[in-house]
Ligand binder design. Structure first.
Ligand SMILES: Cc1cc2nc3c(=O)[nH]c(=O)nc-3n(C[C@H](O)[C@H](O)[C@H](O)COP(=O)(O)OP(=O)(O)OC[C@H]3O[C@@H](n4cnc5c(N)ncnc54)[C@H](O)[C@@H]3O)c2cc1C
Length: 369
Protein backbone atom coordinates (compact mmCIF):
# COMPACT_ATOMS: atom_id res chain seq x y z
CA UNK A 1 0.00 0.00 0.00
CA UNK A 2 1.35 3.45 -0.90
CA UNK A 3 0.98 5.87 1.95
CA UNK A 4 2.86 8.92 3.18
CA UNK A 5 2.85 7.30 6.61
CA UNK A 6 2.11 3.88 8.03
CA UNK A 7 -1.71 3.61 8.20
CA UNK A 8 -3.06 3.30 11.72
CA UNK A 9 -4.80 -0.10 11.68
CA UNK A 10 -6.98 -1.02 14.68
CA UNK A 11 -8.22 -4.59 15.00
CA UNK A 12 -10.98 -4.96 17.60
CA UNK A 13 -10.82 -8.46 19.10
CA UNK A 14 -7.96 -10.91 19.70
CA UNK A 15 -9.86 -14.01 18.59
CA UNK A 16 -8.45 -16.25 15.87
CA UNK A 17 -9.59 -13.95 13.05
CA UNK A 18 -8.16 -10.72 14.47
CA UNK A 19 -4.91 -12.42 15.44
CA UNK A 20 -4.48 -14.01 11.99
CA UNK A 21 -4.86 -10.54 10.44
CA UNK A 22 -2.35 -9.00 12.85
CA UNK A 23 0.15 -11.86 12.43
CA UNK A 24 0.17 -11.70 8.61
CA UNK A 25 0.40 -7.88 8.59
CA UNK A 26 3.34 -7.90 10.99
CA UNK A 27 5.08 -10.63 9.01
CA UNK A 28 5.06 -8.15 6.13
CA UNK A 29 6.37 -5.31 8.26
CA UNK A 30 3.04 -3.51 8.74
CA UNK A 31 1.99 -1.83 11.99
CA UNK A 32 -1.19 -2.98 13.71
CA UNK A 33 -2.77 -2.70 17.14
CA UNK A 34 -5.27 -5.23 18.51
CA UNK A 35 -7.74 -4.01 21.15
CA UNK A 36 -8.97 -6.88 23.35
CA UNK A 37 -11.41 -6.59 26.24
CA UNK A 38 -10.09 -9.62 28.12
CA UNK A 39 -7.51 -8.75 30.75
CA UNK A 40 -4.84 -11.17 29.51
CA UNK A 41 -4.20 -14.09 27.19
CA UNK A 42 -5.10 -16.54 29.98
CA UNK A 43 -8.13 -14.68 31.35
CA UNK A 44 -10.65 -17.20 29.98
CA UNK A 45 -10.60 -20.86 28.99
CA UNK A 46 -10.63 -20.81 25.18
CA UNK A 47 -12.96 -23.74 24.54
CA UNK A 48 -12.66 -27.04 22.76
CA UNK A 49 -10.85 -28.61 19.89
CA UNK A 50 -11.06 -27.28 16.31
CA UNK A 51 -10.37 -29.12 13.08
CA UNK A 52 -8.32 -26.80 10.92
CA UNK A 53 -8.92 -27.30 7.22
CA UNK A 54 -6.30 -27.31 4.47
CA UNK A 55 -8.46 -25.06 2.25
CA UNK A 56 -9.18 -22.36 4.87
CA UNK A 57 -7.54 -22.23 8.33
CA UNK A 58 -4.26 -23.78 7.19
CA UNK A 59 -3.93 -21.19 4.40
CA UNK A 60 -4.00 -18.49 7.08
CA UNK A 61 -1.45 -20.35 9.21
CA UNK A 62 0.87 -20.64 6.21
CA UNK A 63 0.47 -16.91 5.49
CA UNK A 64 1.40 -16.18 9.10
CA UNK A 65 4.45 -18.49 8.90
CA UNK A 66 2.96 -20.79 11.53
CA UNK A 67 2.03 -23.92 9.58
CA UNK A 68 4.95 -26.04 10.80
CA UNK A 69 4.38 -25.09 14.42
CA UNK A 70 0.68 -25.88 13.97
CA UNK A 71 1.50 -29.32 12.52
CA UNK A 72 3.75 -30.09 15.49
CA UNK A 73 0.80 -29.58 17.88
CA UNK A 74 -2.08 -30.85 15.72
CA UNK A 75 -3.73 -34.24 16.25
CA UNK A 76 -4.59 -35.98 12.94
CA UNK A 77 -5.93 -38.93 14.97
CA UNK A 78 -8.62 -36.54 16.31
CA UNK A 79 -10.48 -36.98 12.99
CA UNK A 80 -11.80 -40.34 14.20
CA UNK A 81 -15.61 -40.37 14.46
CA UNK A 82 -17.99 -42.77 16.17
CA UNK A 83 -21.75 -42.64 15.77
CA UNK A 84 -23.73 -44.59 18.36
CA UNK A 85 -27.31 -45.78 18.57
CA UNK A 86 -28.91 -43.73 21.38
CA UNK A 87 -31.03 -46.64 22.64
CA UNK A 88 -28.27 -49.27 22.79
CA UNK A 89 -24.96 -47.37 22.73
CA UNK A 90 -23.75 -49.63 19.91
CA UNK A 91 -21.87 -48.33 16.88
CA UNK A 92 -23.79 -47.27 13.75
CA UNK A 93 -22.30 -46.81 10.29
CA UNK A 94 -20.98 -43.23 10.06
CA UNK A 95 -23.14 -41.09 7.76
CA UNK A 96 -22.22 -37.56 8.88
CA UNK A 97 -19.91 -35.01 7.28
CA UNK A 98 -16.65 -36.64 6.20
CA UNK A 99 -13.49 -35.36 7.87
CA UNK A 100 -10.68 -35.69 5.40
CA UNK A 101 -7.02 -36.27 6.10
CA UNK A 102 -6.31 -32.55 5.80
CA UNK A 103 -8.23 -31.41 8.88
CA UNK A 104 -6.25 -32.24 12.01
CA UNK A 105 -7.54 -31.14 15.40
CA UNK A 106 -5.93 -28.63 17.75
CA UNK A 107 -7.13 -27.08 21.00
CA UNK A 108 -8.34 -23.54 20.43
CA UNK A 109 -6.11 -22.26 23.25
CA UNK A 110 -3.01 -23.78 21.66
CA UNK A 111 -3.89 -22.25 18.29
CA UNK A 112 -4.50 -18.82 19.77
CA UNK A 113 -1.19 -19.18 21.63
CA UNK A 114 0.65 -19.76 18.33
CA UNK A 115 -0.64 -16.49 16.92
CA UNK A 116 0.00 -14.55 20.13
CA UNK A 117 3.58 -15.80 20.42
CA UNK A 118 4.26 -14.66 16.85
CA UNK A 119 3.25 -11.04 17.54
CA UNK A 120 5.60 -8.27 18.67
CA UNK A 121 5.28 -7.37 22.35
CA UNK A 122 2.57 -4.78 22.93
CA UNK A 123 0.62 -5.55 19.74
CA UNK A 124 -2.41 -6.64 21.79
CA UNK A 125 -3.76 -4.05 24.21
CA UNK A 126 -5.33 -6.32 26.82
CA UNK A 127 -8.17 -5.13 29.03
CA UNK A 128 -9.18 -2.60 26.37
CA UNK A 129 -12.90 -2.76 25.60
CA UNK A 130 -14.08 -0.91 22.52
CA UNK A 131 -17.57 0.45 23.16
CA UNK A 132 -18.19 1.88 19.69
CA UNK A 133 -16.74 3.83 16.79
CA UNK A 134 -17.66 7.06 15.01
CA UNK A 135 -16.66 8.33 11.55
CA UNK A 136 -14.51 11.49 11.46
CA UNK A 137 -15.77 12.43 7.99
CA UNK A 138 -12.56 11.95 6.02
CA UNK A 139 -12.63 8.13 5.91
CA UNK A 140 -10.88 7.84 9.29
CA UNK A 141 -12.55 6.62 12.48
CA UNK A 142 -12.55 7.31 16.22
CA UNK A 143 -12.60 4.29 18.52
CA UNK A 144 -14.40 4.80 21.82
CA UNK A 145 -12.77 2.84 24.64
CA UNK A 146 -14.31 1.58 27.85
CA UNK A 147 -12.05 3.75 30.02
CA UNK A 148 -13.44 6.90 28.37
CA UNK A 149 -10.42 7.53 26.12
CA UNK A 150 -10.45 7.50 22.30
CA UNK A 151 -8.11 6.46 19.47
CA UNK A 152 -8.22 7.90 15.95
CA UNK A 153 -7.30 5.42 13.21
CA UNK A 154 -7.25 4.99 9.42
CA UNK A 155 -8.83 1.54 9.46
CA UNK A 156 -11.10 -0.23 11.97
CA UNK A 157 -11.51 -3.99 11.63
CA UNK A 158 -14.34 -5.45 13.69
CA UNK A 159 -13.04 -8.89 14.69
CA UNK A 160 -15.02 -8.79 17.90
CA UNK A 161 -17.23 -11.81 17.42
CA UNK A 162 -20.96 -12.50 17.57
CA UNK A 163 -22.00 -9.39 19.51
CA UNK A 164 -19.71 -6.99 17.63
CA UNK A 165 -19.67 -3.34 18.74
CA UNK A 166 -18.25 -2.42 15.32
CA UNK A 167 -20.92 -4.12 13.15
CA UNK A 168 -23.56 -1.35 13.59
CA UNK A 169 -21.26 1.04 11.67
CA UNK A 170 -21.77 -1.04 8.51
CA UNK A 171 -24.92 -3.12 9.04
CA UNK A 172 -28.09 -3.14 11.17
CA UNK A 173 -28.10 -6.98 11.35
CA UNK A 174 -28.18 -8.68 14.75
CA UNK A 175 -27.82 -12.37 15.64
CA UNK A 176 -30.99 -14.46 16.03
CA UNK A 177 -31.46 -17.60 18.12
CA UNK A 178 -31.35 -20.81 16.01
CA UNK A 179 -33.76 -22.83 18.22
CA UNK A 180 -30.78 -25.04 19.17
CA UNK A 181 -29.05 -24.91 22.56
CA UNK A 182 -25.82 -26.66 23.53
CA UNK A 183 -25.21 -27.42 27.19
CA UNK A 184 -21.49 -27.99 27.63
CA UNK A 185 -20.00 -30.53 30.05
CA UNK A 186 -16.33 -31.30 30.74
CA UNK A 187 -14.40 -34.39 31.87
CA UNK A 188 -10.79 -34.15 33.08
CA UNK A 189 -7.98 -36.70 32.99
CA UNK A 190 -10.31 -39.13 31.22
CA UNK A 191 -8.03 -42.07 30.61
CA UNK A 192 -7.53 -42.41 34.37
CA UNK A 193 -10.73 -40.96 35.85
CA UNK A 194 -13.33 -41.84 33.18
CA UNK A 195 -11.80 -44.85 31.36
CA UNK A 196 -15.07 -46.21 29.91
CA UNK A 197 -15.95 -42.79 28.50
CA UNK A 198 -12.40 -42.37 27.16
CA UNK A 199 -12.68 -45.70 25.33
CA UNK A 200 -16.11 -44.81 23.98
CA UNK A 201 -14.96 -41.43 22.60
CA UNK A 202 -11.67 -42.82 21.29
CA UNK A 203 -9.15 -40.38 19.80
CA UNK A 204 -11.74 -38.14 18.14
CA UNK A 205 -15.47 -37.50 18.45
CA UNK A 206 -18.60 -39.37 19.40
CA UNK A 207 -22.13 -38.59 18.24
CA UNK A 208 -25.57 -39.97 19.09
CA UNK A 209 -28.82 -38.33 18.04
CA UNK A 210 -32.54 -38.93 18.10
CA UNK A 211 -35.72 -36.90 18.00
CA UNK A 212 -34.23 -33.38 18.03
CA UNK A 213 -31.65 -34.27 20.69
CA UNK A 214 -27.96 -34.97 20.24
CA UNK A 215 -25.04 -35.95 22.46
CA UNK A 216 -21.66 -35.01 21.07
CA UNK A 217 -18.29 -35.53 22.79
CA UNK A 218 -14.79 -34.62 21.61
CA UNK A 219 -11.38 -35.52 22.94
CA UNK A 220 -9.18 -32.47 23.53
CA UNK A 221 -5.49 -32.51 24.41
CA UNK A 222 -4.25 -33.59 27.89
CA UNK A 223 -6.95 -36.23 28.35
CA UNK A 224 -9.82 -33.72 28.52
CA UNK A 225 -13.19 -34.58 26.97
CA UNK A 226 -15.68 -31.84 26.17
CA UNK A 227 -19.31 -32.79 25.58
CA UNK A 228 -22.22 -30.87 24.12
CA UNK A 229 -25.75 -31.87 25.11
CA UNK A 230 -27.72 -30.40 22.22
CA UNK A 231 -31.46 -29.96 21.83
CA UNK A 232 -34.09 -27.84 20.13
CA UNK A 233 -35.95 -25.65 22.60
CA UNK A 234 -36.94 -22.02 23.18
CA UNK A 235 -34.02 -19.86 24.28
CA UNK A 236 -35.54 -19.58 27.77
CA UNK A 237 -36.06 -23.36 28.10
CA UNK A 238 -34.66 -23.27 31.63
CA UNK A 239 -37.16 -20.65 32.81
CA UNK A 240 -40.08 -22.58 31.36
CA UNK A 241 -38.77 -25.75 33.05
CA UNK A 242 -38.08 -24.00 36.36
CA UNK A 243 -34.37 -24.90 36.11
CA UNK A 244 -31.84 -22.68 37.89
CA UNK A 245 -28.78 -22.79 35.60
CA UNK A 246 -26.56 -22.19 38.65
CA UNK A 247 -27.86 -25.33 40.36
CA UNK A 248 -25.99 -28.24 38.79
CA UNK A 249 -28.15 -30.96 40.34
CA UNK A 250 -31.34 -29.43 38.94
CA UNK A 251 -29.82 -29.00 35.48
CA UNK A 252 -28.67 -32.63 35.56
CA UNK A 253 -32.10 -33.91 36.65
CA UNK A 254 -33.78 -31.95 33.85
CA UNK A 255 -31.33 -33.18 31.20
CA UNK A 256 -31.67 -36.78 32.35
CA UNK A 257 -35.44 -36.48 32.01
CA UNK A 258 -34.99 -35.02 28.52
CA UNK A 259 -32.74 -37.93 27.46
CA UNK A 260 -34.85 -40.61 29.16
CA UNK A 261 -34.55 -43.95 27.36
CA UNK A 262 -30.98 -43.36 26.10
CA UNK A 263 -28.38 -45.99 26.86
CA UNK A 264 -26.58 -45.66 30.21
CA UNK A 265 -23.18 -45.54 28.47
CA UNK A 266 -24.27 -42.27 26.83
CA UNK A 267 -26.06 -40.91 29.90
CA UNK A 268 -22.64 -41.00 31.61
CA UNK A 269 -22.10 -37.67 29.81
CA UNK A 270 -24.99 -36.19 31.82
CA UNK A 271 -24.30 -37.90 35.14
CA UNK A 272 -20.56 -37.56 35.75
CA UNK A 273 -19.19 -34.27 34.38
CA UNK A 274 -16.32 -32.74 36.39
CA UNK A 275 -17.06 -29.17 35.39
CA UNK A 276 -20.24 -27.12 35.73
CA UNK A 277 -22.77 -27.32 32.90
CA UNK A 278 -22.57 -24.24 30.65
CA UNK A 279 -25.70 -23.13 28.79
CA UNK A 280 -24.85 -22.06 25.20
CA UNK A 281 -27.86 -21.02 23.10
CA UNK A 282 -26.72 -20.85 19.46
CA UNK A 283 -27.18 -17.63 17.49
CA UNK A 284 -26.58 -16.83 13.82
CA UNK A 285 -26.53 -13.74 11.65
CA UNK A 286 -28.97 -13.74 8.72
CA UNK A 287 -27.59 -15.38 5.56
CA UNK A 288 -26.76 -13.72 3.29
CA UNK A 289 -25.36 -10.95 5.45
CA UNK A 290 -23.79 -8.25 3.30
CA UNK A 291 -23.34 -4.49 3.41
CA UNK A 292 -22.48 -1.58 1.13
CA UNK A 293 -18.78 -0.79 1.40
CA UNK A 294 -18.03 1.88 4.03
CA UNK A 295 -14.60 3.58 3.73
CA UNK A 296 -12.13 2.84 6.53
CA UNK A 297 -14.06 0.08 8.29
CA UNK A 298 -14.85 -3.61 7.79
CA UNK A 299 -15.65 -6.84 9.63
CA UNK A 300 -14.24 -10.35 9.72
CA UNK A 301 -15.06 -13.70 11.31
CA UNK A 302 -18.16 -14.03 13.49
CA UNK A 303 -18.67 -10.26 13.46
CA UNK A 304 -19.29 -10.55 9.70
CA UNK A 305 -20.89 -13.98 9.40
CA UNK A 306 -21.86 -15.71 12.65
CA UNK A 307 -22.83 -19.30 11.70
CA UNK A 308 -23.85 -22.45 13.54
CA UNK A 309 -20.81 -24.12 15.16
CA UNK A 310 -20.41 -27.02 12.78
CA UNK A 311 -16.69 -26.76 12.08
CA UNK A 312 -16.24 -23.74 9.81
CA UNK A 313 -16.42 -20.51 11.85
CA UNK A 314 -12.88 -20.43 13.24
CA UNK A 315 -11.43 -21.60 9.92
CA UNK A 316 -13.22 -18.84 8.02
CA UNK A 317 -12.30 -16.19 10.61
CA UNK A 318 -8.61 -17.01 10.13
CA UNK A 319 -8.93 -17.05 6.34
CA UNK A 320 -10.73 -13.67 6.45
CA UNK A 321 -7.84 -12.29 8.51
CA UNK A 322 -5.23 -13.60 6.06
CA UNK A 323 -7.18 -12.38 3.01
CA UNK A 324 -7.66 -8.90 4.47
CA UNK A 325 -3.96 -8.70 5.37
CA UNK A 326 -3.03 -9.78 1.84
CA UNK A 327 -5.29 -7.09 0.34
CA UNK A 328 -3.85 -4.42 2.64
CA UNK A 329 -0.33 -5.42 1.64
CA UNK A 330 -0.93 -5.59 -2.10
CA UNK A 331 -3.59 -2.97 -2.93
CA UNK A 332 -2.79 0.70 -3.52
CA UNK A 333 -5.07 2.12 -0.81
CA UNK A 334 -7.08 1.04 2.22
CA UNK A 335 -10.25 1.57 0.23
CA UNK A 336 -9.07 -0.65 -2.64
CA UNK A 337 -8.00 -3.27 -0.11
CA UNK A 338 -11.39 -3.31 1.64
CA UNK A 339 -13.26 -3.59 -1.66
CA UNK A 340 -11.01 -6.46 -2.80
CA UNK A 341 -11.39 -8.26 0.54
CA UNK A 342 -15.16 -7.78 0.83
CA UNK A 343 -15.54 -8.91 -2.80
CA UNK A 344 -14.10 -12.29 -1.80
CA UNK A 345 -15.25 -12.65 1.81
CA UNK A 346 -18.95 -11.73 1.50
CA UNK A 347 -19.91 -14.27 -1.22
CA UNK A 348 -17.72 -16.94 0.40
CA UNK A 349 -19.36 -16.50 3.79
CA UNK A 350 -22.88 -16.47 2.34
CA UNK A 351 -22.29 -19.86 0.74
CA UNK A 352 -20.70 -21.22 3.93
CA UNK A 353 -23.53 -19.91 6.15
CA UNK A 354 -26.14 -21.70 4.05
CA UNK A 355 -24.10 -24.94 4.21
CA UNK A 356 -23.74 -24.58 7.98
CA UNK A 357 -27.49 -24.08 8.47
CA UNK A 358 -28.01 -27.41 6.68
CA UNK A 359 -25.30 -29.05 8.77
CA UNK A 360 -26.93 -27.86 12.01
CA UNK A 361 -30.19 -29.47 10.89
CA UNK A 362 -28.22 -32.66 10.29
CA UNK A 363 -26.53 -32.46 13.70
CA UNK A 364 -29.69 -31.65 15.68
CA UNK A 365 -32.59 -32.55 13.37
CA UNK A 366 -35.75 -30.44 13.68
CA UNK A 367 -38.35 -32.61 15.43
CA UNK A 368 -41.03 -32.11 12.76
CA UNK A 369 -38.76 -33.47 9.97
C1 LIG B 1 -19.67 -24.39 21.01
C2 LIG B 1 -18.92 -23.93 19.80
C3 LIG B 1 -18.12 -24.81 19.09
C4 LIG B 1 -17.43 -24.40 17.93
N1 LIG B 1 -16.67 -25.28 17.23
C5 LIG B 1 -16.03 -24.89 16.10
C6 LIG B 1 -15.22 -25.80 15.35
O1 LIG B 1 -15.09 -26.96 15.69
N2 LIG B 1 -14.59 -25.34 14.23
C7 LIG B 1 -14.70 -24.04 13.80
O2 LIG B 1 -14.10 -23.66 12.77
N3 LIG B 1 -15.46 -23.15 14.50
C8 LIG B 1 -16.12 -23.55 15.62
N4 LIG B 1 -16.88 -22.67 16.33
C9 LIG B 1 -17.02 -21.29 15.81
C10 LIG B 1 -15.83 -20.46 16.23
O3 LIG B 1 -15.70 -20.50 17.63
C11 LIG B 1 -16.00 -19.01 15.79
O4 LIG B 1 -16.48 -18.94 14.48
C12 LIG B 1 -14.65 -18.28 15.89
O5 LIG B 1 -14.20 -18.26 17.22
C13 LIG B 1 -14.79 -16.86 15.37
O6 LIG B 1 -13.56 -16.20 15.57
P1 LIG B 1 -13.53 -14.62 15.64
O7 LIG B 1 -12.08 -14.27 15.73
O8 LIG B 1 -14.34 -14.05 14.55
O9 LIG B 1 -14.32 -14.25 16.97
P2 LIG B 1 -14.12 -14.68 18.48
O10 LIG B 1 -13.40 -15.98 18.59
O11 LIG B 1 -15.47 -14.57 19.11
O12 LIG B 1 -13.17 -13.56 19.07
C14 LIG B 1 -13.65 -12.26 19.31
C15 LIG B 1 -12.70 -11.55 20.28
O13 LIG B 1 -13.13 -10.21 20.43
C16 LIG B 1 -13.13 -9.84 21.80
N5 LIG B 1 -14.11 -8.76 21.96
C17 LIG B 1 -15.47 -8.88 21.86
N6 LIG B 1 -16.04 -7.69 22.04
C18 LIG B 1 -15.04 -6.80 22.24
C19 LIG B 1 -15.00 -5.39 22.47
N7 LIG B 1 -16.15 -4.67 22.52
N8 LIG B 1 -13.80 -4.78 22.63
C20 LIG B 1 -12.65 -5.50 22.56
N9 LIG B 1 -12.62 -6.85 22.36
C21 LIG B 1 -13.80 -7.48 22.19
C22 LIG B 1 -13.49 -11.13 22.51
O14 LIG B 1 -13.09 -11.11 23.87
C23 LIG B 1 -12.72 -12.16 21.68
O15 LIG B 1 -11.40 -12.33 22.15
C24 LIG B 1 -17.56 -23.07 17.49
C25 LIG B 1 -18.35 -22.16 18.23
C26 LIG B 1 -19.03 -22.59 19.36
C27 LIG B 1 -19.91 -21.61 20.10
Amino acid sequence: MNSARDPRIAVVGAGLGGLALAAVLQRHGRSVTVFEREASAGARSQGGTLDIHAGTGQIALRAAGLLDRFRALARPEGQEWRVLDPATGTALPFTGPVHDEDSPEIDRGQLRGLFLESLAAGTVRWGCTVTGTTPLGDGTWRLLLGDGTTEDVDLVVGADGAWSRIRPAVSPATPAYTSVTFVEAGFDDCDLRHPALARMVGHGSLLAKSDGKTLFAQRNSSGHIRAYIAFRAPQDWHLAAGVDLGDQATVRTHLLKMFDGWDESLLYLLRHNDRAFINRPLFVLPAPHTWEHVPGITLLGDAAHLMPPVGLGANLAMLDGADLAHALITEASIDDALQAYEGIMLPRSTEAALDCAGALDHLVPPTDV
